[in-house]
Design a protein around this ligand. Structure first.
Ligand SMILES: [Ca+2]
Ligand SMILES: [Ca+2]
Ligand SMILES: [Ca+2]
Length: 141
């Protein structure tokens, strides 16, 4: 490893970043460093799961769990579902969503049914969708 600035080394406080996503974990340790911490160390311990580089503060939703059964990819302690809008009649607005889930909200990693071009059927006030549905897998983050 080339140390910028010559042969000077210093001990810097750092945290192990096992998955290389830039976010460390655990307790701080003194790391032999050049001008900055070497690769596989981070200046923070904000990683909620250090065995998956897709799980970090700000990480995006995914359709498979991160490795420990959790779908919390953005490290906020909650598993947010991507698909949550259901095609049900809203008696307040007297409308149906134009598109959305027609089969209930699937759990993370489970397949749902999304309908399109949905509208209200009168006078029963039931939503129905004209266009062919798609079958997305619920992503969570
Ligand atoms: Ca990490
Ligand atoms: Ca991670
Ligand atoms: Ca989350």
């Amino acid at each position: 490893m080339t140390i910028p600035g010559g042969s000077l080394y210093q001990l810097l406080p750092g945290f192990i970043d096992g998955d290389g996503d830039g976010y460390g974990t655990g307790a701080p340790i003194q790391v032999c460093s050049g001008n900055s911490l070497p690769a596989s160390y981070s200046s923070n311990n904000d990683d909620c799961y250090d065995q998956n580089a897709g799980a970090y503060p700000g990480g995006g939703a995914q359709t498979t769990h991160r490795g420990d059964g959790s779908f919390d990819y953005n490290c906020n302690g909650i598993e947010e579902k991507k698909y949550t809008i259901q095609v049900v009649y809203d008696p307040v607005t007297k409308k149906c969503p134009r598109s959305g889930l027609v089969s209930g909200i699937p759990d993370c990693g489970q397949t749902g049914i999304v309908g399109y071009d949905c509208m209200v059927s009168r006078p029963t006030n039931v939503c129905w969708c004209q266009s062919a549905p798609s079958y997305p897998v619920q992503a969570c983050g």
